[in-house]
Design a protein around this ligand. Structure first.
Ligand SMILES: [Zn+2]
Length: 173
């Protein structure tokens, strides 16, 4: 059953301001394919609390095996705002079988999810997500290779297993 709040949050894409952060994230290659789904997700997606910030909510919808997640909040002027957007991969097989999403896109979302885990990837977990073309993450362009338990930036050579670690180091090409 949908929660009661889901009736009160704005559902029309047109009322939302796109924050600079949102626009920057959407420019990242693996997130760009999400853009055409924004209106549909906001209108028909499932609404939940925004996690660690009380003034935020999340709208999610599973599209062909990828769970599209839009974080919503407010601007300083109290207008509804789109804060960020990303994909999660609850079922990689299904996402790939659908043929809708590019394998690189599915792997990029799955990898990002694994790197965001508090305890980091489990042993062998990263090996499953080979990224031959780099994805943008926290200012770096990262890839993974077969059998490597970390990701590497193709510009600065940094190796990491956590998204937080990646964000702490500036990329020096
Ligand atoms: Zn780098």
């Amino acid at each position: 059953m949908p929660n009661r709040m889901s009736k009160f949050v704005p559902r029309d894409e047109g009322v939302f301001v796109r924050t600079g952060h949102f626009l920057d994230r959407l420019k990242e290659g693996h997130r760009a394919p999400l853009e055409e789904h924004i209106g549909d997700v906001l209108e028909t997606g499932k609404v939940t609390r925004g996690g660690y910030r009380e003034d935020r909510w999340v709208v999610t919808k599973n599209i062909e095996g990828v769970e599209v997640r839009i974080i919503c909040g407010f601007t300083e002027a109290f207008d509804p705002a789109l804060v960020t957007i990303y994909g999660r991969v609850p079922d990689r097989e299904k996402a790939l079988e659908s043929g809708y999403w590019d394998e690189w896109v599915v792997n990029a979302f799955a990898l990002s999810q694994v790197l965001s885990k508090e305890d980091g990837p489990e042993e062998g977990e990263l090996e499953g997500y080979v990224l031959s073309e780099p994805m943008e993450m926290k200012g770096h362009r990262i890839i993974t290779e077969e059998d490597e338990p970390f990701v590497r930036c193709v510009d600065c050579g940094m190796e990491a297993m956590f998204k937080n670690t990646i964000g702490r180091v500036d990329c020096e090409e």
